[in-house]
Design a protein around this ligand. Sequence first.
Ligand code: NDP
Length: 474
Amino acid sequence: MAYDVDLFVIGGGSGGVRAARTAAATGARVALAEDSRMGGTCVIRGCVPKKLMVFASEFREGAALAREYGWSASSGEFDWSRFSARMNGELDRLEQVYHNLLNGSGVTIHNARATLQDAHTVALSSGETVTAETILVATGGRPVRPDQTNAHLGMVSDDIFQMERLPKSILIIGGGYIASEFACILNGLGVEVTQYYRGAQILRGFDDEARGLVAEMMQEKGINLHLGTNIVEMRSAADAEGDMRMPAHIPVPQASADAVGKPVWIKATNGDARVFDAVMFATGRAPNSHGLGLEDIGVKINRRGAIEVDAYSKTAVDNIYAIGDVTDRIQLTPVAIREGVAFTETVYKNNPTKPDHELVASAVFTQPELGTVGLTEEQAREIETIDVYCTSFRPMRTAFADRPDRVLMKLIVSKENRTVLGCQIVAEGAGELIQMVGIAIKAGLTKEDFDRTVAVHPTMSEELVTMQNPVRSA
Ligand code: NDP
C-alpha cells in the first residue's frame, strides 16, 4: 500500500525533531506534527529558559564578590520584565531555528494536534488525515501537581516562564532537579524562597555526600529548606483570611492575574501556617501518552503512563516507535536526541542501533551545581568493593572573599580492577566539568589513568588527578 509519507513524527521537541531531520536526510518522506511551539520542553519551557534564568540569578552574588575583589560593583535591582522580554525573544529565535532546520531538511510541518486513527493513519486537529508507513511518538512529558485539594492554586515549572512579575515569596514543593534548581534561581533573583521536601534529604538518588553539600550550601545562601515536610492544607489567602486558623497578623500580599496567581495560605506538617505570594509544585513529570489513541491500536502503556518500548524504541505495534520523555527511560534532552538518532539508524539506515543509556553524565543546575556520572558511592558498594577518593575544600575564588562556599570532588573506584566507576562534583561549573570526566569514565579508564594525567594548576578540578589515598573502602 502507498502511504502519504514514510514517517510521521508526533511531537516537535528535541527527540522528535532530531529523528525527523535525520530520517529525512536518508531520503525518507517525513511529516511532523506539533500542537504547541516547536522545540518542546527543552527549548520552550525547560533547559534553555531555565539556564538563562540561572545566569540571571548569579549576578547578584557575582557583584557582591566583585566588591571583595576591589570593584565598586553593585547588582542594583533586578527587572524581571526586562529580562523576561529578552528571554522570550531568545526563545522565539530558537523556535524559528527549529522551524528552519526542519524546513531545510524537507520535513513537512503540521501545526496541529495529532491522534492515531489506526496504526498507519494520523488524524490532525486541522481536519486533515495523513497515512504513514512508520509512526514515531515523541510527545514528551508535562509537570504534574499532587492529588491534593486546591493544588490548582500552585504553579508548575511551565508557569514560571510565563510570570509577569516575580513573587515576593514562594513555597516550592519537591526535592528533585526542578524544585532544587528553581529554589536557587529564585533565591538568586531576590525572592524569599521556602522549600519543602517530604524525604530526609533533597535530590534522592544522587550521591549522599554530594546532595548533603548542595543542601547545606542552599541553606547557607538563604533558602529556607525544610526536610521531612509537606503541605497538609492549602487555599487561596483571600478565602482563608477570615478563618480562625490563619493568624490575623499575617499580611496578605496583593493579588495578581498573571501566572504567579493569587497568594496562597498553606498549613504544613511542621506547623507552618502562613501565606506565600506563590506556591510552585515541582513534584515530578508525567509522560504525554494519553489521548493519542495509542491504547486503542495496541500500544502498551505502563502504570506510570510511559509508552513501553524495546531496546530499539519499538512499541508493541510493529510500525510504531516512541522516544524521549514519553517512554520515561532517562528524562534528559541529549538522551532523547540519541534515541532519535538510533531510531533513524535502525529504521532508515539498515543499522539496528540500541540507544546507549549507560554512564550518562548529567548536572543539576543548583548553586553550586552538582555534576554526576556513573555510580554513586551508595550504588557502587551494593555491587562490589570500592575505594572512595574524596576531597572537600573552599575554592580559591570565594575563599579569597571569606565566603563559606565548599567544593566536593569524589571518585568511586573498583577495588578489583581500579576502574573509575563514578564521579561526583559539587562546584561552580560542575556541569561543564562532568562532561569531560564523563569521557574518561565512559572510556573505562582506571584511577591510575587519572593519576598519570598532569594537573592543570591552579584549578578546582586538578583535585581529580591528585587525590592520593582513598578516604575509605566500602
Ligand atoms: P523528580 O522526580 O526529580 O522530583 C520530583 C520531586 O517531587 C521528588 O523530590 C519527589 O519526592 C517529590 N514529590 C513527588 N510527589 C510528591 C507529592 N505528592 N508531595 C510532595 N512531594 C512529591 O522530578 P522533577 O520534576 O524535578 O524533574 C523531572 C525530570 O526532569 C528529572 O528526573 C530529570 O530527568 C529532568 N530534569 C533534568 C534537569 C537537568 O538535567 N538539569 C533539570 C530539570 C529536569 P520523592 O523523592 O520522595 O519521590
